[in-house]
Design a protein around this ligand. Structure first.
Ligand code: ZN
Ligand code: ZN
Length: 250
């Protein structure tokens, strides 16, 4: 499905992948390992070849977005680009996608993530020489190395799991274990200060038209979701102590 000229959404059963058409092709997120065939089929349906995919940009390292990257990069030779904080240094050779945020303490049988070499560790402010320039915006919170990608020329922001849409409004992602609430709040505010018309999230449907304004409405209007940790450590004890002080107890 073409969202705006040259920007396509390729649905995976769980997450969303995006394809940017230029002289070469760029994939934003890579779905699950078995999504590779859907990517190749889609690329062929628009008259291009899978070998034209030269870059795979990762919005963050959760397996529903990254675990397809290894096989696609192996077949096409595409570079994998991810923010350094969601990658893992392996030996002295380089980085891979082995780091997986909340999963990093569990040794999951996902060897393809350890084999997926990151060709370029992206940093905040980098402008990738793709489709007239794609800006890397480090938006920690959902994971430490979450990144959004702004395609200024076409007014498109790829937000991964930092913000979602149902096609009409913008919503927040669910707090996962390992999520940093304060960093997340700041990241959303920062995104809201930017200028973009279209928002392509990692799940749901893309939002076309006034996307930055709709994100600002979300950050302005809705109170933040408390985390379980927050409820357990702060809110409940403070209610108990308030109740005590009202009743005259120490
Ligand atoms: Zn995620
Ligand atoms: Zn996700």
């Amino acid at each position: 499905m073409e969202i705006v000229q040259g920007v396509h959404m390729i649905p995976s059963r769980i997450s969303r992948m995006y394809l940017v058409e230029d002289a070469s092709l760029t994939l934003i997120d890579a779905g699950l390992p078995w999504d590779a065939r859907a990517v190749y089929r889609y690329v062929e349906s628009i008259g291009r070849r899978p070998e034209e995919i030269t870059s795979i940009l990762m919005t963050h390292n959760h397996p529903d977005h990254t675990s397809g990257a290894y096989s696609i990069s192996k077949r096409t030779g595409a570079d994998i680009i991810a923010h350094e904080d969601d990658t893992r240094l392996h030996h002295s050779k380089g980085r891979d996608l082995g780091y997986m945020g909340m999963f990093n303490t569990v040794n999951l049988p996902l060897p393809f993530l350890r084999r997926a070499e990151v060709s370029q560790a992206a940093s905040d402010g980098d402008i990738l020489p793709i489709a007239g320039g794609i800006q890397v915006i480090h938006t920690p919170g959902h994971t430490p190395g979450s990144a959004c990608y702004l395609m200024k020329e076409r007014g498109v922001m790829f937000t991964g799991d930092t913000a979602f849409s149902n096609g009409k409004t913008v919503s927040r992602s669910i707090p996962f274990p390992g999520y940093d609430r304060e960093a997340y709040r700041k990241s959303l505010e920062r995104l809201g200060e930017m200028d973009f018309d279209v928002m392509c999230g990692g799940h749901g449907s893309p939002l076309v038209g006034n996307a930055a304004e709709k994100l600002r409405q979300l950050t302005a209007a809705k109170p933040e979701l408390p985390t379980w940790r927050d409820l357990l450590l702060k809110r409940i004890p403070s209610r108990i102590s308030k109740a005590k002080s009202f009743s005259g107890e120490d």
